[in-house]
Design a protein around this ligand. Structure first.
Ligand code: ARG
Length: 459
């Protein structure tokens, strides 16, 4: 069979090598339901403008829905001669309806059809990812209850810095994921624009009504320039970027928990159902799930690079290069969906190793900054206080003790007026309690944030 896209102008069928080189059915079949939606809307519009009779439009809709059922039942054979999902569905329609089916492609081209179908697919996929992000946020917020009394060392440069509440940690991830969700919402605005009806490149002389199809398909608006929109894949790029930032966030979290799972940290226990073993070392309980979340980031960011390169230097308007956009974006969505699906139960099922964490909190002078600020609040200039506390840390290091274990005389060497009150900012509990600034890890600040998050996430 030769491709229906080859008109009477050709004097030879496509070479088989060309058919297999140019086909996209092997990956765009997953657009089937969106293609059918788009075609039903197009048929309804063609009826509105008198190209199809009411009976013809109904026949087309009914047959398209039957084709959908067949595809979903696995009763669907592909043929590379038909190139893509759009041609396959149209061919099945024509098989059933003959000339009525042959009318469907009036006033549209595969160029706007591909773009429309992909926009519909991406819109649904973004909504799914948003829901999965919400689930993950909920897992983090739910941890705050169990972990409410746990203090963790906060790190900068992966060196101990200041104490933080575990809840503060979990909410930090919620914030990152919330920005991802905001990016999805913003990206969705540009995805949700109708390209249907711009036809191949310049529009059509058929008196179509693009507003009708846009409305039927739930688009928020209609793209205004046929040249622009038939070449536009910004929505694909943006989606890949949104997915890349999600992957980057997940990979940071995964890396952190991989570290925490080492014997050196030993901060976290992962449920054994979510760990893997070694075929040679019987003692191993490995965090492969976290490693793969980190690893899949490479694929997602790789897809973004792929898309940027596919689009670079493309002249207006449709070029066949654009067909390559689908495998890249599908892969990125699949990877992120898989990561988010497994991340939420993993976050919910992990448990902090409280004793181990608590026992380590005296190391690293996590209270040095609050002690410095105590001096500042008593009138010592910051630079002076910074220097003084640094030398006190050196003394404590020398004696191998925590700041709170130093005798009062050591503090009085810094400021003769200091009294026992100084111990009130030492130790991680006191240091945490000393924080007051908005957004800090102070318990009342964090409690207010937990309340706000619960409300936001419907918990
Ligand atoms: N299979 C192609 C794609 O997915 C269809 C493009 C049709 N347009 C064209 N001018 N050949 O992009």
């Amino acid at each position: 069979m030769d491709s229906p896209s080859r008109s009477g102008v050709f004097d030879a069928a496509a070479d088989n090598r060309v058919a297999s080189f140019t086909e996209s059915i092997s990956f765009d079949a997953r657009l089937y339901s969106h293609d059918i939606l788009g075609s039903i809307a197009h048929a309804k519009m063609l009826q509105e403008i008198g190209i199809l009779t009411a009976d013809e439009a109904v026949a087309i809709e009914t047959t398209l829905l039957e084709i959908k059922t067949k595809i979903e039942a696995g009763d669907f054979q592909t043929n590379i001669a038909l190139e893509d999902i759009h041609m396959h569905i149209e061919a099945l329609l024509i098989d059933e309806l003959g000339d009525v089916g042959r009318k469907l492609h009036t006033g549209r081209s595969r160029n706007d059809q591909v773009s429309t179908d992909f926009r519909l697919w991406v819109r649904t996929a973004l909504d799914n990812v948003d829901q999965l992000l919400l689930n993950l946020q909920q897992s983090f917020v739910n941890r705050c209850h169990d972990d409410h009394d746990v203090i963790l060392p906060g790190y900068t440069h992966l060196q101990r810095a200041q104490p933080v509440l575990a809840s503060h940690y979990w909410l930090a991830y919620c914030e990152k994921l919330q920005r991802d969700r905001q990016r999805i919402a913003d990206c969705r605005k540009r995805v949700n624009v109708s390209s249907l009806g711009v036809a191949a490149v310049a529009g059509t002389s058929i008196p179509i009504n693009r507003d009708t199809t846009a409305e039927l398909l739930g688009f928020d608006g209609v793209a205004a320039n046929s040249l622009d929109v038939s070449s536009d894949r910004d929505f694909v790029l943006e989606s890949a970027f949104v997915l890349s930032t999600i992957a980057i966030h997940l990979s940071g979290w995964a890396e952190e928990w991989i570290l925490w799972k080492t014997a050196e940290f030993d901060f976290i226990d992962l449920p054994h159902e979510f760990c893997t073993g070694s075929s040679i070392m019987p003692q191993k309980i490995n965090p492969d799930v976290l490693e793969l979340i980190r690893g899949k980031t490479g694929r997602v960011v790789g897809s973004l690079q792929t898309l940027l390169m596919i689009l670079k230097g493309l002249p207006l308007a449709y070029n066949r290069d654009l067909q390559e956009d689908k495998p890249a974006l599908f892969d990125a969505f699949d990877a992120i969906t898989a990561c988010l699906n497994i991340a939420a139960p993993l976050v919910a099922g992990a448990s902090l190793n409280r004793e181990k964490i608590a026992a380590s909190l005296d190391k690293g002078f996590l209270d040095a900054t609050t002690l410095m600020e105590y001096l500042i609040l008593r009138g010592t200039p910051q630079r002076t206080a910074h220097h003084l506390i640094g030398s006190l840390v050196a003394v404590a290091t020398e004696q191998n003790v925590a700041l709170k274990d130093l005798p009062l005389e050591e503090f009085q060497k810094l400021d003769a007026d200091l009294d026992e009150d100084v111990y009130g900012v030492l130790g991680v509990q006191n240091a945490i309690a000393a924080f007051t600034s908005f957004g800090s890890t102070a318990p009342d600040q964090v409690a207010a944030q937990i309340t706000a998050w619960k409300e936001r996430l419907g918990l």
